[in-house]
Design a protein around this ligand. Structure first.
Ligand SMILES: [Zn+2]
Length: 331
């Protein structure tokens, strides 16, 4: 059976979280005078143009590498305050994650762990793996189940989440990655899933993540791609464009940033499963957004499920899914 958005985001709960989201947006907007202007987070160029305004947040596009980014944006201190008070995260922790935990484990985290292991196996890398932003420890737990790595480290600064990781018997560093003190050259693989898009300064984050990697060690990262179906069709109306996401890299712009951080690119792929299903749900919710999109509308409204499955496969194979994976090797 194909995996659907509703499996991991039950729709009745997603509606209930709207007030929490609104509260979070207002928290940031109330402090918009503290936002600061930045250069492109991928190539550092200051040559950019307006891309869109959504919910009073401004997004620009880099004229050199086409990365889209919120600009101006909250700085690190404001972001730390924001995530501490976030009603949206509270809601996810309380309702959405518990209701979808099992299916997430089976459909997201086990395949993700398998993919990381297959990749490491192919490149003859094992030893120690460290996850930055381990949250509930679901990935670490899944990868532990495969008995492939000798040591698994979860880095999670949020106290409640770090406690959940400890309860799962994981080795936990309860601090931000820049404060983690491990010897240089002590880690074989660092992974970071869906963190990069939230950061004030992605380059500093990558440098911190890779500082303790051995030479030849791997940095594996996932984040949304601006060149994915959702934003190509809906631009800022796509749900991924929101107040929490500051950086929207493309496969090529993230590769540029990796290279700038002394990482050799080993793989860039978009193995997403959900783009067409997400867009179909957006179509059912707001058909008027698709009034000048005949081609996509035909696919989304077809009675032939197979057309959508084939289309998703096409997106995956051609770097056009919005779920981006990138793997770099430390030089
Ligand atoms: Zn750029």
């Amino acid at each position: 059976m194909k995996f659907k958005e509703i499996d991991i985001r039950p729709s009745d709960l997603m509606k209930l979280k709207e007030p929490a989201l609104e509260h979070d947006k207002q928290f940031l907007l109330a402090r918009k005078d503290e936002f600061i202007k930045v250069n492109c987070p991928a190539c550092c160029s200051d040559d950019h143009s307006e891309w869109a305004i959504k919910d009073n947040f401004d997004y620009t596009i880099c004229n050199q590498c086409n990365t889209v980014f919120m600009n101006p944006r909250a700085n690190e201190l404001l972001l730390a305050d924001f995530y501490k008070q976030s009603k949206n995260y509270e809601f996810w922790n309380k309702y959405i994650f518990p209701a979808s935990d099992e299916i997430r484990k089976e459909r997201i985290f086990k395949p993700r762990a398998q993919k990381v292991i297959d990749f490491c196996n192919k490149h003859e890398i094992n030893g120690t793996i460290l996850e930055v932003g381990a949250a509930y420890g679901t990935f670490c737990e899944a990868i532990k189940g495969f008995n492939y790595f000798q040591r698994i480290i979860a880095v999670e600064p949020t106290p409640d989440l770090a406690e959940t990781c400890r309860k799962k018997d994981l080795e936990v560093f309860q601090e931000p990655i820049e404060n983690v003190k491990l010897p240089n050259d002590s880690i074989d693989v660092v992974v970071s899933f869906e963190v990069m898009e939230h950061l004030f300064n992605p380059k500093d984050f990558i440098l911190n993540c890779t500082s303790m990697l051995k030479k030849g060690g791997l940095f594996i990262c996932t984040c949304p791609s601006i060149d994915g179906l959702g934003t190509l069709v809906l631009k800022e109306k796509a749900k991924v464009i929101d107040h929490e996401h500051l950086n929207y890299f493309s496969p090529s712009s993230l590769a540029l940033l990796f290279q700038d951080c002394s990482l050799e690119i080993v793989e860039v792929s978009t193995p997403g499963e959900l783009d067409v299903d997400l867009l179909k749900n957006a179509f059912l919710e707001n058909p008027e957004d698709f009034s000048d999109q005949q081609f996509i509308s035909k696919i989304l409204s077809s009675e032939e499920e197979n057309i959508r499955n084939n289309f998703q496969d096409f997106l995956k194979k051609n770097l056009l899914s919005s779920h981006l994976w990138i793997i770099g090797r430390k030089k």
